[in-house]
Design a protein around this ligand. Sequence first.
Ligand code: GLU
Length: 511
Amino acid sequence: MSERKVRVRFAPSPTGALHMGGVRTALYNYLFARKNGGDFLLRIEDTDSGRFVPGAEQYIIDSLKWCGIEVDEGVSVGGPHAPYRQSERREIYWKYAQELVEKGWAYYAFDTAEELAALRAEYESQGKTFAYNYEVREKLPTSLSLAADEVETRIARGDIWVIRFKMPENETVRMNDLVRGEVTVHTSTLDDKVLYKSADRLPTYHLANIVDDHLMEISHVIRGEEWLPSLPLHYLLYRAFGWSDTQPLFAHLPLLLKPDGKGKLSKRDGDKLGFPVFPLYWVSPTGETARGYREDGYFPEAFVNMLALLGWNPGIEQEIFSMQELIELFSIEHVGKSGSRFNPEKARWFNAQHLKRKSDRELAELFLPELQKRGVEAPLDKVERICGLIKDRATFVSDFWDLSSYFFAAPQEYEEKAVRKFWKGENPARVAHIAELLECTEPFDVRRAEQTVHDWIVSESLPMGQVMNSLRLAVVGRSMGPGMFDIIELIGREETLRRIRHALTVIKIPE
Ligand code: GLU
């Protein structure tokens, strides 16, 4: 079995926007597949017709695409095991449901929802909890208690029925999980789960999932921890079908927790604390919306990097990784057992780190449309240089305008605190003198301008910080920003002089 080709699947149900926890599951599957030269499948598990949400499947496809998670086989791309949408595989499941009944691993149950609710209430009134299991299955109207011809009659006349799994009595199920190690569960704690429903002629998740993982030759099931309680049933289903020898290996991923560590991360936490929990902006069919990482200005690389480290550790100090690096390092052994706390601050930090690593040209291309929107025309190579100067101070491209507007337009106002601190005594006159120096600096570039101004300040024994900050205030309007002479060269001699002269006439010396 170790020789087996690695084939993993992401099998979401299209019940709404794909939560970032779901994206992380997809990502770990993808990294594992790529690391091991295997295939990554996308299967849509849409057999719960009551929870189907139009648009959710496309949202899942778009989200994976945005993250750079490439699907080898699945709904979006096809493949040898098509169809990959479970609602299109009805006949397949019906055949296997019947097989289980024939082999004695499953049975028909005819009780109605009302009868079951009444039974539940009766148990509760006696202080007991009702479970559909070995104790009751032969007392209720099932194919185990009714005569064969009665069963046939009921089916033929169109009574509602379900097929339930016949959970073996008094057995310990031993399972292996790649994250948690050996897990054992006694069957007395398990009930007879529904596998198939006559009402919509569809299987439930458990049956469809096992049948498809088998037929699609899945080697490893990597999924969220919430599916661990289903694992004993899944083991037993493989055994019932006679597929135990080729059943996949299982890895259940730890939960993504709220920032305070108390409970599962939910959309409401995002709304409350102001961060997205979905990869893309989402509008539900009823008009509800949810913000997305993409629209909030995150780079997919940063989102993926952050998600990868929420539950897995690379075993080294490094924190910033490209998808390719993640693929090379990924292993299930380094997936943690305990839940991972999501930290929105850290998410922003990842974005800032990835932003810094982008080339100035790439950032300029992202910034240009924003400039155009503001009616600013600037050549790409100038914008490129500006991006290079400001990118260390930005978290998102949307921060660029605030950090760089003075490159494109003279300041409209002057930071009050800086005026009070620097625009006093001899400083305005000194700035006026610098303007004179710059007027005849040749060539007018960073190096020459810097040298000229510095030499003068030093030769006159002037306070460097005071003078330079006054100059910055006059040209930029504030006391922070990248290198002063980079700014001066970029805006040019004429504009520099114009700004200084303007500042000299409008900034009032505070009393
Ligand atoms: N359809 C299930 C879900 O929505 C898949 C669970 C599994 O991977 O087995 O998460």
